[in-house]
Design a binder for this molecule. Structure first.
Ligand code: FAD
Length: 398
């Protein structure tokens, strides 16, 4: 197995670097690198730049506007975009619902929805989880009852990321209450403007409005918005989750965060010296760097296996656990680096154009909220405990 990049891959990396140098807007990169607030417009602006280049839909077939990159190319792209400070791709449209529509949707659905995802006209959110259905997703209760040409939907979804910006939601709904849980679920595309939908914010520990509750009360959804067959939604849901878990290890993002940690610990002073030279702190940084290097090599090994025709199995669960633990450790060390300045939460300092006096430094404000925000990594996309169950069963054969 060769985990070094070949000449063509190195040339591709150069092409990506030169594109990012010239096309990534400096203000957006400054926000990402400094952990400042990104607006919906920032995300849309970057998405349109990628779309124009033809590099937005990296998972799609060429005929629909994708690029069909190899696993190595996707890896290089993820690493470089993270290093340059590009915003992460909001995955719900392009990387989640689109692959399902491409694989299981009708020709009309493909023609209608895919171009609108590419152009950024539609912003999608994901309606899987419910108050009583997270890890045990198949116990979901949101009900869709067929009435003529429509389904009537009643129920509640929760943790709906960026649902406040979305004009479409893809939902798992129960269409058969008699069958066993997995067999009575369908996959519906729902226009968020439909009467009967209410979006209520959930404000998280970092003070941000990132997630929502979405309520459905007698919402009329045309039957042509059903993807695939009625009651076969579980199959499509699982297919989508394989895309959701791709890249959850976030190696590129962790490498960029580690650089930032070193920069901050190089500026903070302890006993007259940079914190990075404090033996106790330096050893913690070294430990997480070693873990990150090991995770990166594991990631490359999995990519090499995929290129050789293999399919990533429980290894992606392993990588998700390790990758998210590393990211959380880095954000913890950043928070520790600024000591008591992690306590206050000067919200105004989170804006790039803030011109007031900083409580301590221009980099401190986002560190504590970011630490809290990153707790989510071990919960979503299948919690780390669930991933460990998979590793125990499939690799350790317990
Ligand atoms: C910030 C954030 C954003 C999210 N965005 C979305 C979104 O956009 N759309 C969406 O549909 N969902 C979203 N989710 C929901 C996410 O997928 C669920 O939170 C996740 O699946 C866990 O479900 P739960 O919260 O109901 O916890 P539970 O399933 O109730 O789990 C509670 C605890 O028990 C553990 N546990 C559960 N079952 C087992 C088991 N069998 N073995 C061992 N341990 C177990 C879990 O690991 C966890 O620690 C988001 C969540 C967060 C935190």
């Amino acid at each position: 197995m060769n985990i070094n990049f070949n000449e063509a891959e190195l040339a591709f990396r150069d092409e990506v670097r030169s594109f990012l140098s010239s096309e990534l807007p400096q203000d957006i990169a400054a926000k990402v690198k400094g952990g400042k607030h990104l607006s919906k417009e920032d995300h849309q602006r970057w998405q349109q730049i990628l779309s124009r280049k033809g590099w937005y839909a990296t998972h799609w077939p060429v005929e629909y506007g994708g690029v069909e990159w190899s696993a190595v190319q996707k890896h290089i792209f993820d690493e470089e975009t993270a290093a340059f400070g590009a915003p992460r791709t909001i995955p719900f449209g392009v990387n989640m619902v689109a692959p399902v529509i491409i694989k299981f949707g009708t020709e009309e659905q493909k023609q209608h929805y895919l171009p609108r995802i590419l152009s950024g006209e539609d912003w999608w959110c994901q309606g899987y989880s419910e108050p009583g259905a997270g890890s045990d997703l198949a116990s979901l209760k949101t009900r869709a009852v067929r009435q003529g040409d429509h389904y009537i939907v009643n129920g509640q979804k929760t943790w709906t990321t960026l649902g406040q910006h979305a004009n479409w939601i893809f939902c798992l709904v129960r269409t058969d209450t008699q069958a066993k849980p997995q067999s009575g679920i369908s996959f519906l595309l729902i226009d968020m403007q439909t009467p009967g939908i209410t979006v209520r914010p959930i404000i998280t520990l970092d003070g941000e409005h990132e997630v929502n509750e979405v309520f459905f009360e007698d919402v009329k959804v045309p039957v042509e918005n059903l993807v695939g067959e009625e009651n076969k939604g579980w199959t499509y849901a699982k297919y989508l989750l394989t895309y959701e878990r791709t890249g959850l290890a976030g190696i590129g993002a962790s490498k960029a965060a580690l650089d930032r940690l070193k920069e901050i610990a190089g500026k903070e002073v302890k006993n007259g010296k940079p914190l990075l030279q404090d033996p106790a702190f330096a050893s913690r940084v070294a430990q997480v760097e070693i873990d990150l290097m090991a995770a990166e090599i594991t990631n490359l090994r999995i990519i090499a296996a995929v290129e050789g025709g293999g399919v990533p199995g429980a290894e992606s669960s392993m990588l998700k656990v390790k990758g998210t633990e590393i990211r959380q450790t880095i954000t913890d060390l950043m928070r520790r680096a600024i000591g008591p300045y992690a306590q206050p939460f000067p919200e105004a300092e989170m804006e790039l154009d803030y011109e007031g006096e900083y409580l301590s430094s221009d980099y401190a404000a986002p560190l504590a909220p970011h630490y809290f925000n990153m707790r989510k990594l071990s919960i979503f996309g299948g919690s780390n405990e669930i991933q460990k169950n998979i590793v125990a069963k499939m690799i350790l054969e317990l």
